[in-house]
Design a protein around this ligand. Structure first.
Ligand SMILES: Nc1ncnc2c1ncn2[C@@H]1O[C@H](COP(=O)(O)OP(=O)(O)OP(=O)(O)O)[C@@H](O)[C@H]1O
Ligand SMILES: [Mg+2]
Length: 233
């Protein structure tokens, strides 16, 4: 048995921070776990990411964008995610297919059924067992990205967050972030719609809670799913 957990949410909602904390928590407990991200996570995927996020690529057609995200996803699933799950491990992924539905579907008004068909080709139908949704308004998430990379714990302590992890870089201000607020609002509303259609897979968290409190709650949500995983050694 294996476990595939994805993190979704608007820009600056804390996905990378929480994915890293869950990764460290599971690793410290001896579970076989990897953390990866989209787009990217593989050599080829990281090259595709560079094309996607480049602020100079203003001429990119929406279909090109969709297919590049999907190409990076296909590489990630086939090179990393599928083999690791098949070996009985836990894969944590910072964004996955739901981001395509939210950003290109709701954000760019592309047909969701078409996107589902492309995604199914890219992933071979692989779905997350659990998707953590970090809920925050588009405005507030974007504002966090502009601020210094520190946040408060529940005791008021200032901590660094969004720090680099293996294969995961700190946040960047990229081509998709630079789209207007109305776009980001459509994305945030899109995520909420997606959640309504598949409530059993999603767990919504209030992304404005302190970093450590969120990490504890996420660890609690994941705990019962660990029964199916054999720890290392
Ligand atoms: N619970 C929190 N409360 C306050 N600030 C936070 C919290 N979690 C993360 N932050 C801060 O918000 C910013 C974005 O965090 P992070 O990079 O983890 O978000 P993200 O969802 O991965 O963003 P991106 O969409 O850019 O990938 C960082 O500056 C981080 O320190
Ligand atoms: Mg991130």
């Amino acid at each position: 048995m294996s476990l595939f957990v994805t993190f979704e949410g608007p820009e600056g909602s804390g996905k990378s921070t929480q994915a890293r904390l869950l990764y460290e928590h599971l690793q410290a407990r001896g579970y076989p776990v990897i953390l990866t991200r989209e787009p990217g996570g593989t050599r080829i995927g990281e090259l595709i990411r560079r094309i996607l996020v480049d602020l100079q690529h203003t001429e990119m057609a929406p279909t090109t964008e969709i297919l590049l995200f999907s190409a990076a996803r296909a590489q990630l699933v086939s090179e990393l995610v599928r083999p690791y799950l098949d070996a009985g491990g836990i894969v944590l992924c910072d964004r996955y297919a739901d981001s395509t539905y939210a950003y290109q579907g709701y954000g760019l008004n592309r047909d969701l059924d078409e996107l589902r068909a492309i995604t199914s080709i890219a992933t071979g139908g692989l779905q997350p067992d659990l998707t953590i949704y970090l809920d925050i308004s588009a405005e507030e998430g974007l504002e966090r990205k502009r601020q210094p990379r520190v946040s408060r714990t529940s005791t008021g302590k200032l901590v660094a967050a969004g720090l680099p992890t293996p294969n995961v870089s700190p946040p960047e201000w990229n081509r998709l972030d630079a789209r207007d607020l109305a776009y980001h609002q459509r994305v945030a509303n899109g995520f909420r719609e997606l959640m309504l259609h598949e409530p059993e897979r999603w767990r919504r968290m209030d992304a404005r809670l302190p970093v450590d409190e969120l990490a504890r709650t996420i660890a609690e949500v994941v705990e019962p799913l660990l029964e199916r995983i054999t720890p290392l050694n």
